[in-house]
Design a protein around this ligand. Structure first.
Ligand SMILES: NC(=O)C[C@H](N)C(=O)O
Length: 310
């Protein structure tokens, strides 16, 4: 069954006029990441490539297109985890980095730490030769408009969060059976400055273990952290549940216990995979053998040959 790559473009409520772009973006990120797996590349390379593509796509809340904090600035979080070694790397509250997921990978590969934050992460980036980019290049008209709208005295903050799909993420198993995950986000719209969400926290924004599987999450970060969503799903898999049942159990627990909504992509070591969510929508895509799978609403599952362009 191996290899496999599963990608999400965030759980939430996406306005109709943006749904096409979101699905197209996820499918093209799946293709790019899967090409690496098909060429014999590693699951880590595949998830970082897929997530980098989504960070570069202004339709998603990660990298360029990130939502803005209360001061109208970008602060991004990202994580990667390697299921073979349980090594992980993360960055939080980084501002002028085009691809936080690549910086997270450098934290894993080049330091003895698991997470670097804010200025320290930026200093590390420059020491690694990662260029900084102007904040403005990460801010879209759409995110500025939503930030302003949410500051209005009559704004409904819950409704405002809904207008945009969230976080991006990926999980993969390569032909050697190695498993990896990656997740990247601009966080929650109009969050406090310095707010760190679930994404860079191990077991919350993602987790990968070759012995069990991998999960990348999206949704309300504070709720995800309360239940350590990624790890709780892997716990259910350790108890013998399928990828699908374990994902649903984790999401249902988050809903009933802390009233949180979200979504996940999940794989197991055999290459079984699932894309599940409790929100209204989650754009997702997966590639296995010669088939591309994708969907947006609950129960939606389209397939096409991977070599046919979307
Ligand atoms: N939309 C999201 O997935 C947001 C992300 N989980 C956060 O709370 O930072």
């Amino acid at each position: 069954m191996l290899p496999v790559l599963v990608v999400h473009g965030g759980a939430g409520h996406i306005p109709k006029e943006r749904s096409e772009k979101s699905t197209a973006g996820v499918c093209s990120a799946v293709r790019a990441g899967y090409a690496i797996l098909q060429g014999g590349g590693s699951s880590m390379d595949a998830v970082v490539e897929a997530v980098s593509q989504l960070e570069n796509n202004p339709s998603f809340n990660a990298g360029c297109g990130s939502v803005l904090n209360v001061k109208g600035e970008v602060e991004m979080d990202a994580i990667v985890m390697d299921g073979k070694t349980l090594g992980s790397g993360a960055v939080s509250a980084v501002r002028s980095i085009a691809n936080p997921v690549q910086l997270a990978r450098l934290v894993m590969d080049k330091t003895s730490h698991a997470c670097l934050t804010a200025e320290g992460a930026t200093q590390f980036a420059s020491a690694m030769g990662v260029p900084t980019v102007p904040q403005e290049s990460l801010i879209t008209e759409y995110s500025r408009m939503r930030w302003k709208k949410n500051l209005a005295p009559d704004a409904n903050p819950v409704e405002c969060q809904m207008g945009k799909m969230g976080t991006v993420g990926a999980v993969a198993v390569d032909s050697d059976g190695n498993i990896a995950c990656a997740t990247s986000t601009g966080g929650m719209l109009n969050k406090m400055e310095g707010r760190v969400g679930d994404t860079p926290c191990i077991g919350c924004g993602g987790y990968a273990d070759n012995k069990i599987g991998a999960v990348s999450t999206t949704g309300h970060g504070e709720a995800i952290m309360k239940v350590t969503l990624a790890r709780v799903i892997l716990f259910h898999m350790e108890q013998g549940q399928s990828v699908e049942a374990a994902s649903d159990l984790g999401l249902a627990y988050m809903k009933s216990r802390v009233d949180g909504l979200g979504g996940v992509v999940t794989v197991d070591p055999q290459g079984h995979w699932a894309a599940r969510f409790s929100s209204l929508q989650m754009s997702w895509g997966a590639a296995q053998k010669d088939t591309l799978h994708y969907g947006l609403y609950t129960g939606e599952h389209f397939t096409q040959r991977i070599d046919v362009p979307h």
